[in-house]
Write a protein of this length. Structure first.
Length: 202
């Protein structure tokens, strides 16, 4: 998977999802989206019958619930929702000083929300691993921002991120030209990273 990185003055936090070193295989939807739209018992920290499955496809605005792990000690359950995929303008990338690396490319902003539906505090965890896909199903190039980027802000989960708390985030995908669009988004992080099939929103 191709990825660009850029530094932006301001907040020193990592402002976008890290890209993978190897691309997982394209998922093939197999089950109905509404299977995971309704959270199961927040007290259940393991897998549940209503959990999203690798390869499952959701509509934009629909929540997917699954067990979540960050690092070696932070574990819980989240409901992840891709809320919109917004087309930006090539000029948005100018402050990042990417030069020829961004020539002709169009940024798309994948907006999402994370809700804690478990019983553990997920403070300071990062829900990354969200990328865009083009109309032909191939991966869009992702862009990692070090620092703040007003067009697409994204931060780690805050202190006291307990059951019921929600936070918005954003990931950047780059279309290769103005005639090619980013039409869907994929979450390929834990626990879907190992089986090569992420969750798709479109």
């Amino acid at each position: 998977m191709l990825a660009l990185s850029a530094c932006k003055s301001g907040d020193s936090s990592d402002g976008a999802a890290k890209g993978p070193t190897t691309a997982p295989s394209s998922p093939s939807p197999s089950s109905q989206p509404d299977q995971s739209a309704r959270p199961s018992s927040p007290a259940d920290q393991g897998g549940a019958a209503g959990d999203a499955k690798g390869g499952q496809t959701f509509k934009i605005g629909e929540a997917a619930q699954f067990p979540f792990k960050y690092g070696t000690t932070t574990k819980g359950r989240i409901a992840l929702t891709v809320t919109s995929i917004e087309q930006g303008a090539p000029a948005d990338l100018t402050p990042l000083k990417l030069g020829d690396k961004a020539a002709g490319k169009v940024p798309y902003y994948i907006h999402y929300s994370v809700k804690n539906v478990g019983t553990t505090d997920l403070a300071y965890a990062s829900v990354g691993h969200i990328k865009g896909r083009l109309g032909d199903g191939t991966e869009a190039q992702d862009l990692m921002i070090i620092g703040s980027f007003e067009k697409c802000p994204s931060d780690s989960l805050p202190k006291g991120f307990t059951n019921g708390k929600t936070q918005a985030g954003c990931a950047i995908a780059l279309a290769p030209s103005a005639t090619t669009k980013v039409v869907s988004a994929e979450y390929w992080g834990d626990p879907f990273m190992t089986n090569g099939q992420g969750l798709i929103w479109k």
